[in-house]
Every structure is written in structure tokens, then in C-alpha cells.
Write a protein that binds this ligand. Structure first.
Ligand SMILES: Nc1ncnc2c1ncn2[C@@H]1O[C@H](COP(=O)(O)OP(=O)(O)OP(=O)(O)O)[C@@H](O)[C@H]1O
Ligand SMILES: [Mg+2]
Length: 245
């Protein structure tokens, strides 16, 4: 992953508490992580699984993408996990054909011991394979809810995430916890600026970026600073009120 990870202490502690509950009770926890586009959901979950010390698998739905491409991408990311789920190679010997196929196979690997499964952009996976939430419900009720596993469904489509857990949907009543990821607050902005900038610098940056880490200023590489007020923004990325530490 490019760049340092900033802030999100409360969110990391929240996810960690969910994981500890699953491991200590031996009963699975099904949680949802949601938030606006580019708020930092995927990066947060990636940081969490990296720090967890447990085996994990992370896959992601892709919008309007052929299922074969999504499956190949999923296989690649599962294999590149820092701590792959046990026996992963055995279940991936043949590429899965669908999200149903992939999640059914992955659930077999979660039977062995504490582990984390992340399905990023779950609504897009569900859009690819309609009825996928029914399969997750069946896997959850049949097995995973009695295993020390944390299953994290991530989604940026708020409406679809809402719908997933409504009364008439298979996953109704299964959700144990929900975490909303908001853009950085001013304090996280302060931290991301190195923890020593003035309040004016911090609020300038906060106002310019809206707290969205994706809008974060990157240090200019080789361009000289502006010399004329008629050419205020010569760098490859947006101009910022301050330079990074
Ligand atoms: N806590 C953080 N520290 C540093 N960089 C971050 C942090 N959170 C997010 N970013 C960066 O901001 C960008 C957007 O983050 P991310 O992809 O996690 O957002 P997202 O909410 O998953 O977006 P989308 O809705 O498009 O899936 C990425 O470049 C990511 O590396
Ligand atoms: Mg994302």
C-alpha cells in the first residue's frame, strides 16, 4: 500500500473489539462497514486485517465487471494476503466461477480457527450474482455463526447496504454491528499533517480536502514553486495551503 496510514484509532479499536468478541466467544460476528465513496473504508479494513495477526481473506466486488475478471482478481488478492487463510491453495486450484462458488469455498476455510473474511463492495458482488445475500445467510446460519470468525461486509452504496439488512431480505437480523467510516475529522487532519502544524494550517487543509484522504496533498516532486500570481498552481496535483512535512 502506498503511503502512511493516519488516524482511525477509534475505528480500529471498534473493529478489534468485534474480532475479540468473536474469538473469545467462539461465535462468529457479522459486521458491516459503510461510508461515502472515498472516505477510507477499504484502507481502514486493510489496515485492520494487517494488524490483526490472524489469517484473513479479502475479496472485492467490482461494478459492471465480468464475473470471470472479478474471480481472477479475487484469487490474486487472496493469494497475496499477508497471512492467507489455511489451505487456500487447495480450494483455489480451479478458479471459482461465481461469487456463490467463491464464498462457498471460502467458508470451508473458515471452519478451522480464528480468521477474518472481508468482502469489500459486497453490494456490487451481489449485483453480479443476484441472491448472494441468501447464500451468505445460509452459510452464516449453517456454520459460520458458530465459528470464531469475523465476516466484514463493506459497501459504499448506502442505499444497497441499507436494503441488505431489511426485514424482507435474507440477512435480516444477522448483522451484529455496523461501523460508519466518515472522512477525517480536524484532529485526524492534524495527525496526518505530522502533529505539529498550526491550527490555521490544519483547518485550511481540512477545508480544502473536506477530510477525504483521497484528496490529501501529495508533496510536489520536481516542479519549482510558483513564481507568478498568474500561474498559482503549477504542480501535478492540486495546490494546497501548506506543504507536507
Ligand atoms: N487512514 C488513512 N491514511 C492514509 N491514507 C488513507 C487513509 N484512508 C484512506 N486513505 C487513502 O485515501 C484513498 C481512498 O481510500 P479508500 O480506497 O480506502 O476509500 P473507500 O472509502 O474504500 O473508497 P471507495 O468508496 O471508492 O471504495 C486511498 O488512496 C487510500 O490509500
Ligand atoms: Mg473501497
Amino acid at each position: 500500500m502506498i503511503g502512511n496510514f493516519f488516524g482511525r484509532q477509534a475505528e480500529l479499536a471498534d473493529l478489534d473489539a468485534q474480532l475479540r468478541l468473536a474469538v473469545s466467544t467462539g461465535a462468529g460476528r457479522l459486521i458491516a462497514v459503510r461510508g461515502r465513496r472515498q472516505a477510507g473504508k477499504s484502507r481502514l479494513v486493510e489496515e485492520f486485517v494487517t494488524r490483526s495477526g490472524l489469517p484473513y481473506g479479502a475479496v472485492a466486488g467490482m461494478k459492471r465487471t465480468p464475473v470471470a475478471v472479478q474471480m481472477q482478481r479475487a484469487v490474486d488478492t487472496l493469494r497475496s494476503s499477508l497471512r492467507p487463510l489455511p489451505k487456500l491453495d487447495a480450494i483455489l486450484a480451479v478458479r471459482p466461477e461465481s461469487w456463490f462458488d467463491l464464498l462457498s469455498r471460502l467458508s470451508l476455510l473458515l471452519a478451522d480457527g480464528p480468521a477474518i473474511l472481508v468482502v469489500d463492495e459486497f453490494p456490487w458482488a451481489e449485483e453480479t450474482d443476484a441472491g448472494l445475500d441468501g447464500l451468505v445467510q445460509s452459510l452464516w446460519d449453517g456454520e459460520l455463526s458458530r465459528r470464531p470468525v469475523l465476516v466484514v461486509l463493506v459497501g459504499s452504496d448506502e442505499a444497497m447496504m441499507d436494503r441488505l439488512f431489511e426485514h424482507d431480505r435474507p440477512l435480516f437480523g444477522r448483522l451484529d454491528h455496523q461501523l460508519v467510516v466518515n472522512p477525517f475529522d480536524p484532529y485526524e487532519t492534524f495527525l496526518a499533517l505530522g502533529g505539529s502544524r498550526s491550527a490555521v494550517d490544519v483547518f485550511d487543509t481540512y477545508l480544502v480536502t473536506g477530510g477525504f484522504p483521497s484528496s490529501w496533498p501529495r508533496p510536489a516532486v520536481s516542479r519549482p514553486p510558483p513564481t507568478s500570481s498568474r500561474m498559482p498552481c503549477p504542480g501535478p496535483t492540486p495546490c494546497w495551503p501548506t506543504s507536507l512535512p
